[in-house]
Design a protein around this ligand. Sequence first.
Ligand SMILES: NC(=O)C1=CN([C@@H]2O[C@H](COP(=O)(O)OP(=O)(O)OC[C@H]3O[C@@H](n4cnc5c(N)ncnc54)[C@H](O)[C@@H]3O)[C@@H](O)[C@H]2O)C=CC1
Ligand SMILES: O=C(CO)COP(=O)(O)O
Length: 374
Amino acid sequence: MSPTTAIDGNSNPNKKFKVTVVGSGNWGSVAAKLLGSNTLKLSSFHDEVRMWVFEETLPSGEKLTDVINRDNENVKYLPGIKLGRNVVADPDLVNAVKDANMLVFVTPHQFMEGICKKLVGKVRSDAEAISLIKGMEVKMEGPCMISSLISELLGINCCVLMGANIANEIAKEMFSEATVGYREHREVAERWVNLFSTTYFIVSAVEDVEGVELCGTLKNVVALAAGFVDGLDMGNNTKAAIMRIGLREMRVFSKLMFSSVKDNTFFESCGVADLITTCLGGRNRKVADAFARNGGKRSFDELEAEMLQGQKLQGVSTAKEVYEVLSKRGWQELFPLFTTVHEISIGRLPPSAIVEYSEHTPNFSLVEGSAQYY
Ligand SMILES: NC(=O)C1=CN([C@@H]2O[C@H](COP(=O)(O)OP(=O)(O)OC[C@H]3O[C@@H](n4cnc5c(N)ncnc54)[C@H](O)[C@@H]3O)[C@@H](O)[C@H]2O)C=CC1
Ligand SMILES: O=C(CO)COP(=O)(O)O
C-alpha cells in the first residue's frame, strides 16, 4: 500500500465509492443492511446502497420492490428487519449497476451466469467486485468458480467474502467473523474489509481467492451429510465424524483443483467455522434432515419449496457439480463422502448409506498436488 493511500484503499480524497448489491435474498438483504449502515459512517463512500431485486409479486398483489422501498423491509426474504433508509431496491439490473464502482454479488449461484451475461458491457470499467456466493459452475474444461465467472464475463477484478455467516443471526447483529479472499491487490481487499467491518462483524483478508471460495462452496455438501445424520438420529459422534471427513475432502478437492490453495485458509472463518455453523444451523442441514426423515421419498425440490418459501439450497446442485468433476477424472473413490451425498440426494442410495460407505473408505493424503493413499 502506498503511504498516501487511506485505510479504505482510496488514494484520491475527492473520489467516492458507490456500492450496489446484486441480489436481495436472505443474505443479500442482510449484506445490504450492513453495508448501508457502514456507508453512512464512512466518508469515502456514497450514502446510498442500491440493491437489485429479482422482481416478484407478493400474495397481496404488490411488487416486492415497492414494498421494500415503502416499508424499508424485505418482507419475503428478511421479515422483521429494517434495512436502513439509504438502501434502495431497484428491479432494473442494468440501472442498478450502472453508476457503481463497488459491486457486491450475492444471489443463489445457479442464476449467476444469466445475470453476468445481462451485465456484459454494462458495468463501469473501473468497478471492483466481490462475490458472497457459495457455489460453482462446471464447464467442459472443469470447475469454474463464481468469482472467475464474474471476472471473465465482466472484465473486472473479483474478490470473495465467505464465513460462518448465517444471515438471520447477522441481521440481529450477533457477533461473527468472515474472510475476504483476494488475488494480488491488497489495497482493494482492505477497502472491502473496511466496507464490511462492524463491531459485530469481524472481517480479515487472505491472499487465496480459490481457497476461500471453495471452502464456502464445498461445506454445503458436507452440511447435507450432517443433515442426513441428524434425520437418522445418529448422534453427535457420527456428525462430528462426518464433519471431519468432510473437511478432509474439502481440503483435498480444493488443492487438487488449485495448487495455490493454502492450508491455513481452512482455519479461517471461511473454513472450519463455516463448516460447523452450517452443519449445526444452516438451510442445507435442515432440508437434508427432513429428506432423511422421509426416507428419501420426497425430493429436495419439493422439500425446498415447502420449507424455505423461495430461499434456495446450494448444496444439492453443488454435490452434483462436484460429482461431475469427480466422475470426469475417475476420482469418486477418493471422495466417498462427496460421492455418497450426491447419490443419496438423487435417490440412487438410501440416506443410511451416509455412514455405510465408511467401511470401504480409503485414507488418502496429498503428495505433490495429487491424491495418494496412505
Ligand atoms: N442465507 C444465508 O444465511 C447465507 C447465504 N449465503 C450464500 O449467499 C448466496 C445467496 O443466498 P441468499 O441471499 O440467502 O438467497 P436466498 O436463498 O434467499 O435466495 C432467494 C433469492 O433468489 C432470487 N431468485 C429467484 N429466482 C431467481 C432468478 N431466476 N434469477 C435471479 N434471482 C432469482 C430471489 O428473488 C431471492 O432474492 C448463496 O450462494 C448462499 O449460499 C452465504 C452466507 C449465508
Ligand atoms: O452459508 C451459510 C452460513 O455461512 C448458510 O448456509 P445454508 O445455505 O445451508 O443456510
